[in-house]
Design a binder for this molecule. Structure first.
Ligand code: ADP
Ligand code: MG
Length: 255
């Protein structure tokens, strides 16, 4: 049986203002985004205390599209992904998911939107070491209030989809790097999000292992809007389109 959390999501999403403007209803749309990190402390000038990470970034990802983000270390890739995931609110500009501007939401609404609608895959897996593969995958469903039986069933199914049906009760420490990342991908898909952000998902893996991880990501992530940041040409090759960043600015790839 296929379990979908779309039904669960209906009616439980935040209800911020939404425009019906066609332009704004891309799965992901950043417009005029600037971000400065405060570097904290000291009595120096403002310019010394802040780092401009993004400058006037505009970027659109349609449903079903995989967009790669490339650029040297420090060019702003992770900052864009964090802004899309609602993990940070940029200093200026808008970040809309299906027309909902996440920058105007309360922290609570933004957290909820992230938990329900965005799947995040990190370079270093970020699994909880004391929990089994299945419990890690089911964790977002605990937060979403899904009953235990359905959580187990959904987590089993996702682990099967990433080829880990024989690793369900293993702890992260008992798994290889590639297996851990596939658990993380299954977890990212737990709430059936329509947006996936993956930050250097193969960064810790050798080429062959990276390939199995990319296969899992593009297979179970299919039909969603996906942003994949990477240095690696083979990883970027899964993208329909690659956007290049330099010093926090988009230099090519955006229409
Ligand atoms: P990338 O992912 O492409 O390596 P990032 O988005 O991580 O780039 O970083 C963009 C810029 O912002 C860099 O100059 C980086 O040093 C800076 N930066 C990133 N995170 C922070 C932070 N938490 N505090 C201060 N500066 C940061
Ligand atoms: Mg980064």
């Amino acid at each position: 049986m296929t379990i979908s959390n779309r039904a669960l999501r209906e009616g439980t999403s935040p209800t911020p203002s939404r425009t019906d403007d066609r332009e704004s209803t891309a799965a992901v749309r950043l417009a005029g985004v600037n971000h400065e990190y405060g570097t904290g402390g000291g009595f120096r000038s403002r310019a010394d205390r802040t780092v401009t990470a993004l400058e006037d970034v505009s970027l659109t990802v349609e449903a079903g599209e995989i967009v790669g983000l490339e650029g040297p270390s420090g060019s702003g890739k992770s900052t864009i992904l964090h802004a899309v995931a609602g993990l940070l609110v940029p200093t200026a500009g808008t970040v809309a998911l299906h027309g909902t501007d996440v920058t105007t939401l309360s922290n609570r609404q933004r957290t909820r939107l992230r938990r329900e609608r965005v799947g995040i895959v990190f370079q270093r897996f970020h699994l909880l070491p004391a929990l089994s593969a299945r419990a890690n995958v089911a964790l977002p469903l605990v937060q979403a209030g899904v009953p235990k039986g359905r959580r187990r069933e959904r987590a089993n199914r996702l682990l099967e989809q990433v080829g880990l049906e024989n690793r369900v009760t293993h702890l992260p420490g008992e798994l290889s790097g590639g297996e851990r990342q596939r658990v993380a991908i299954a977890r990212a898909l737990a709430t059936d999000p329509d947006v996936i952000v993956a930050d250097e998902p193969t960064g810790e893996l050798d080429t062959a292992t990276g390939e199995t991880v990319l296969e899992a990501l593009t297979d179970i992530g299919r039909d969603r809007a996906m942003l994949v940041a990477s240095h690696d040409a083979e990883t970027l090759a899964v993208a329909d389109r690659v956007v290049t960043l330099r010093d926090g600015q988009v230099v090519s790839g955006e229409r």
